[in-house]
Design a protein around this ligand. Structure first.
Ligand SMILES: [Cu+2]
Length: 156
């Protein structure tokens, strides 16, 4: 049996350990990426749009240099622009996430375009997306494939 004094010492040690660990972790993690999704592909569909959210918890701008995935030949960030009353997609050179800000990629707005995907995507599939930042750091996130009926609800 531990005496009360020993228990307190143990708890204090644990407390400082957690404190140290969490501050190291917070320092490292400047960009959080959540909720990546796309929709099931239609017959013969080769290009897909992917949506996800970025949370920049640092006080610096974060620029993304490149996106890649094993399932696609090429990935481009796209934004929607109104040209002569028609909404058109336009490639963006690089995505920037402002300090202490979020960037949401969502239907009808900025998205990632994945070209020449290597296999049809079905409901409940998932795949990995690699995000290379300008500062050379690399992050990975999982993209969920959602039922295509959900898209109809979302866009109509
Ligand atoms: Cu696009």
């Amino acid at each position: 049996m531990l005496t009360l004094e020993k228990k307190v010492k143990h708890l204090l040690f644990l407390f400082f350990f957690i404190l140290l660990f969490s501050s190291v972790k917070a320092e490292k993690k400047q960009l959080a990426i959540h909720g990546g999704y796309t929709f099931e592909t239609r017959e013969g569909q080769k290009n897909i749009a992917v949506y996800l959210s970025f949370f920049n918890v640092s006080s610096e701008k974060i620029k993304i240099k490149e996106f890649s995935s094993e399932i696609a030949e090429k990935i481009e960030p796209h934004e929607m622009k109104l040209v002569n009353d028609i909404v058109k997609m336009k490639a963006v050179d690089e995505l920037t996430i402002e300090p202490k800000s979020e960037l949401f990629l969502q239907p009808g707005g900025t998205h990632l375009m994945l070209f020449n995907i290597k296999k049809p995507l079905r409901d409940n599939d998932s795949f990995e997306l690699t995000i290379e930042l300008k500062n050379k750091k690399t992050l990975k996130t999982e993209i969920m494939v959602l039922n295509k009926d959900l898209r109809n609800n979302l866009l109509n």
